[in-house]
Design a protein around this ligand. Structure first.
Ligand code: ADP
Length: 400
């Protein structure tokens, strides 16, 4: 609470005494009286002056500069305005709105109609502002007026929450689309069979198509469930110690099946890691299946497992057409496909590499995809090697 300033009684008493002495010595009382009036008047005026910002702050020495210094390193963008002009902007605010905002009219600094409208309120008010600093960012701008001319404006970044919401909406839309396509196909063929059963061979063909589409649906649902399971457990480091080489051998042969197994060359070193067996098998199956699917027809696929330093390194290299560089950063996004027709024709769900990425992240590992257009693709999975004895503990694995 602001303390009222003490009235200048001592000064007034001093003025009366001095002027009385002057009147006695000078013998011109009207002159002494005039001096007394001016003296007391000036003391009174000084007493009546509105408190400066310094005293209004309630703390001696809290000037504009010290206030600016106090908020300079706050992570929240903060502005102080006086008569709607920016007098203080901390570093976070200058980063978001640009260094030029100091001294600028706050309405020009914030530019957005919702934020500009805040300046018209006499009460604290806030507004959500989109695309303030970058495309698709979301900020909550709050303004609190004080002492008539002044206002504090703070900005809260809400972009992360909005991104999660947007990703969730996109995912539901994509998943619905992926599920609807085989479903529509199954319904169409069953309706045709009911309306016009046709001859034996036509029926057999329709049954084959229905079975294929139903299996595609099943694969999609399986992948979606696996993805949500891996995501749910992403923060628990698997504790089981496993020999990676036999696991890779079995999972790769499983992915290839008898028809494609002889296209794979193995070079596997013994390596022990801490891992989740079903998840690692799934990751190997997905990467090897891709190499066989998108590699050259009858082209070789080389799988190698080495351990160097603190990491086990699994590489799967094919001799296919490779992937153009602009697609590489997006391959692990759900439902992202370079060639959707080819992916669907070979039974792909577009979720394989997204699953691999989440599995590798759960194992505190790294996934890299290198590809040269026309010269094949190499997928590398690095996993931390388990050290010491077999006692499962979180600190026996190194973060890569
Ligand atoms: P999909 O089920 O479509 O195979 P993935 O998530 O496993 O989905 O892979 C995403 C896309 O990345 C694939 O559709 C394909 O276009 C591309 N891709 C993955 N692996 C390879 C590879 N070894 N060679 C060429 N393209 C690949």
């Amino acid at each position: 609470m602001e303390q009222p300033a003490a009235k200048p009684w001592t000064g007034i008493a001093l003025a009366i005494l001095a002027c009385a002495a002057l009147a006695i010595m000078d013998e011109k009382p009207w002159f002494a009286l005039a001096i007394l009036l001016i003296w007391i008047g000036s003391l009174w005026l000084k007493f009546d002056e509105p408190p400066s910002m310094e005293t209004a702050s309630g703390e001696a020495g809290l000037t504009r500069d010290t206030m600016a210094e106090l908020i300079e390193h706050s992570g929240t963008p903060l502005l102080l305005t006086r008569r709607d002009r920016v007098t203080i902007a901390n570093r976070a605010a200058r980063d978001v709105l640009g260094p030029h905002i100091l001294g600028q009219d706050v309405r020009i600094a914030l530019r957005h109609p919702e934020a500009i409208a805040l300046a018209e309120h006499d009460e604290p008010a806030s507004a959500t502002v989109y695309n303030l600093a970058r495309r698709r960012d979301v900020w909550l701008v709050s303004r609190k007026p004080f002492n008539g001319d002044y206002a504090v404006i703070d900005l809260t970044d809400q972009s992360a929450g909005a991104n999660v919401g947007r990703a969730h909406t996109d995912f539901v839309a994509n998943a619905s689309h992926e599920l609807r396509t085989p479903l529509a196909s199954i319904i169409g063929y069953v309706e045709s069979l009911i309306d016009e059963p046709g001859d034996e061979s036509l029926r057999a063909r329709f049954h084959q198509t229905i079975l294929r589409e139903a299996k595609r649906l099943q694969q999609l649902v399986d992948d979606l469930l696996s993805l949500s399971r891996v995501e749910a457990g992403e923060h628990d480091l698997p504790s089981e110690h496993i020999d990676l080489a036999p696991l890779v051998l079995l999972a790769a042969r499983d992915a290839a099946g008898p028809a494609r197994a002889d296209r794979i060359d193995f070079a596997l070193e013994d390596t022990t890691i801490q891992g989740d067996v079903p998840q690692l098998e799934q990751a190997v199956r997905n990467v090897v299946d891709n190499a066989l699917k998108y590699g050259a027809d009858d082209g070789r696929v080389r799988i190698s497992l080495t351990s160097e330093g603190e990491a086990a390194e699994l590489t799967v290299a094919d001799q296919g057409d490779g992937i153009a560089p602009d697609h590489l950063p997006h391959l692990t996004r759900r439902f992202y496909r370079v060639d959707p027709g080819r992916s669907r024709a070979s039974g792909g769900t577009g979720l394989g590499l997204a699953l691999v990425k989440h599995i590798v992240e759960r194992h505190r590992g790294r996934l890299d995809i290198a590809s040269e257009h026309g010269a094949g693709t190499t997928v590398t999975i690095r996993l931390p090697i388990a050290r010491g004895d077999n006692s499962a503990s979180h600190d026996t694995v190194t973060q890569l």
